[in-house]
Design a protein around this ligand. Structure first.
Ligand code: NAD
Length: 423
C-alpha cells in the first residue's frame, strides 16, 4: 500500500457524509484515530543474535463498542496502512451493525524468513508490548495477513500469563479447542455468498438455469471457500488464480478437484482436462457475470477498469478497487458489492466468538450460519435500498449507512447544538 493510503481512506468518509444527516462534529471526530501506538519488539533469534521489530496497534474508534481488528505480519506494514485498516474496520463493523469499533495492528516483518520458534517469540513479544492497549472490553485483535489461529493461540496464552487468568475473548480467530468459534473458518466466504444470494434476487439471476459464470482471483481462505459456494449455487466457475497464476475453463472448472490439487501441490491445476493457464490480469477482464477479487488490494485501477466486463463485482478482498476506478465501473453500470459489506462475514463470526467467550456458552455450526445469514441479508438490503434511494453506488451507500450509526453513537453525548449559547 502507498504511504498516503490513510488520506485516501478518508475520502470515503467525505463522500458518504454528503448523503447522510450527521453533524459535522461526527466527521471531524472520525478524521483521526483515538489511539495510535508504535512499539519495539526485541526478539532473540535462533542463532543467538537480537533483532528489534516495529509493532503498531491502532484503536480507531470505540464509541460503538470495543475496537476490533486483525494483526498483520508483513514487510510493507506502516503506520499509515495500520490507521487506514483500522478506519475500514470501524466502518465495516458499523455496516453490519455489530457492537464493535475499529482497530488494527501490525508488525514490520517478513514472517517467511523466521523459524517457527522465532515466530512464536515475536507473537508473544507483540502481545507483551500491546497488552496494556488491548482487552476483552477495550480492543480485540484477530488474524490478518500472515497471522494464523496458531499465532492467536500464542498471543492468547501470553495475555493469560500477563493477567494471571484466561480471558479468551481478548482475541478472536483462535483454534476451536481454546475458545474459537465453529464456522469461523469459512465465515468470510459464506458472508459474501449470502450477499450474492441477495444480489441475485435483486438482479433476477438464476445462476444454474441461466448458465451464469464466475471468476475468482485468489485461492486462499476467502477465494477457495467462495469458489465452492459459487459452484454449489449453480455458477460455472470458469477461472481461479493464486499468486503463481490461474486456470481457465470456459465450460466450468471442477472446483473440488482444484481444491484437492492445491492442497497437494500448493498450486492450481492448469493441465486439467479442458483447462488452460490464465494470468491474473486476464482473469480480471474475462466476460463473466460475476467477478470476485479475493486476493490483494489495488488490482482494479483506473488503468484496467474500462476493460472489466463482469456485470457484478463482489469484493471479498480488502480494497481491491482503487478510488479512481470506482466511477469508471459505476458509469458502466457494473454493480460493486463493496468490501466493508461483502467480506464482513469474517468479523461478524469473530463477534460471535467473542460473545461465546464472554458467556461461556458455545453455539452449534447451524446457529452460527443462521445468525450470520440474518445479519448479512438484513444489512445488504439496507445498503442496496439506500443506494437506490440516493442514486449512488453501493460503496458510498455502505459508508453512508455505517456513518449514520456512527453519527448516532458519537452524537449521543452532545454536539455544538446542545452547547450553543442559551441552549
Ligand atoms: P490467504 O492468504 O488465505 O489467500 C490469499 C490468496 O491470494 C492466495 O491464494 C494467494 O496465492 C493469492 N494471491 C496473493 N497475491 C496474489 C496476486 N498478486 N495475484 C493473485 N493472487 C494472489 O488470504 P485470505 O484470508 O483469503 O484473504 C484474502 C483477502 O480477503 C485479503 O484481502 C483479506 O484482507 C481479505 N479478507 C479476509 C478475511 C478472512 O477472514 N480470511 C476477512 C476479511 C477480508
Amino acid at each position: 500500500m502507498t504511504a498516503d493510503v490513510f488520506s485516501d481512506a478518508l475520502k470515503r468518509l467525505d463522500a458518504a457524509a454528503e448523503f447522510v444527516d450527521v453533524h459535522p462534529e461526527t466527521v471531524l471526530r472520525l478524521r483521526q484515530p483515538r489511539l495510535m501506538t508504535e512499539f519495539a519488539i526485541p526478539v532473540r533469534m535462533d542463532d543467538g543474535s537480537l533483532r528489534v521489530f516495529t509493532g503498531f496497534r491502532c484503536r480507531y474508534d470505540d464509541t460503538r463498542g470495543p475496537a476490533k481488528g486483525g494483526i498483520r505480519f508483513h514487510q510493507d506494514v506502516c503506520a499509515s496502512e495500520v490507521k487506514a485498516l483500522a478506519f475500514w474496520m470501524t466502518f465495516k463493523c458499523s455496516v453490519v451493525g455489530i457492537p464493535f469499533g475499529g482497530g488494527k495492528g501490525g508488525v514490520i516483518v517478513d514472517p517467511k524468513q523466521l523459524s517457527t520458534a522465532e515466530l512464536e517469540r515475536l507473537s508473544r513479544g507483540y502481545m507483551r508490548a500491546a497488552a496494556r492497549f488491548v482487552g476483552v472490553d477495550t480492543d480485540v485483535p484477530a488474524p490478518d495477513v500472515n497471522t494464523t489461529p496458531l499465532i492467536m493461540a500464542w498471543m492468547s496464552d501470553e495475555f493469560a500469563t500477563i493477567l494471571g487468568e484466561r480471558q479468551p475473548g481478548v482475541i478472536t480467530g483462535k483454534p476451536v479447542a481454546v475458545g474459537g468459534s465453529v464456522g469461523r473458518d469459512d465465515a468470510t466466504a459464506r458472508g459474501g455468498w449470502y450477499c450474492l444470494q441477495e444480489l441475485q434476487r435483486k438482479l433476477s439471476w438464476l445462476p444454474k438455469a441461466q448458465g451464469r459464470t464466475c471468476a475468482v482471483q485468489g485461492f486462499g481462505n476467502a477465494g477457495e471457500f467462495f469458489s465452492r459456494f459459487a459452484a454449489q449455487e449453480g455458477y460455472k466457475v470458469v477461472a481461479i488464480s493464486d499468486s503463481r497464476g490461474g486456470v481457465f475453463n470456459p465450460g466450468g472448472l471442477d472446483v473440488e478437484a482444484q481444491i484437492r490439487t492445491k492442497a497437494q501441490t500448493k498450486r492450481v491445476d492448469a493441465k486439467a482436462p479442458g483447462c488452460r493457464p490464465i494470468t491474473n490480469e486476464e482473469l480480471l477482464e474475462l466476460d463473466v457475470d460475476l467477478l470476485v477479487p479475493a486476493a490483494i488490494e489495488n488490482v482494479i485501477t483506473a488503468g484496467n477498469a474500462s476493460r472489466v466486463r463482469a456485470k457484478a463485482v463482489l469484493e471479498l478482498a480488502n480494497g481491491p478497487i482503487t478510488s479512481d476506478a470506482d466511477p469508471v465501473l459505476s458509469s458502466r453500470r457494473i454493480v460493486v458489492v463493496p468490501d466493508v459489506l461483502a467480506n464482513a462475514g469474517g468479523v461478524t463470526v469473530s463477534y460471535f466468538e467473542w460473545t461465546q467467550n464472554k458467556s461461556g456458552f458455545y453455539w452449534t455450526r447451524e446457529e452460527v450460519h443462521q445468525r450470520l445469514q440474518q445479519i448479512m441479508a438484513r444489512e445488504f438490503g439496507a445498503v442496496y435500498d439506500l443506494a437506490q434511494q440516493k442514486k449512488i453506488d453501493m460503496r458510498t451507500a455502505a459508508y453512508a449507512h455505517a456513518l449514520r450509526r456512527l453519527g448516532a453513537a458519537l452524537e449521543s453525548t452532545g454536539t455544538a447544538r446542545n452547547f450553543a449559547k442559551g441552549g
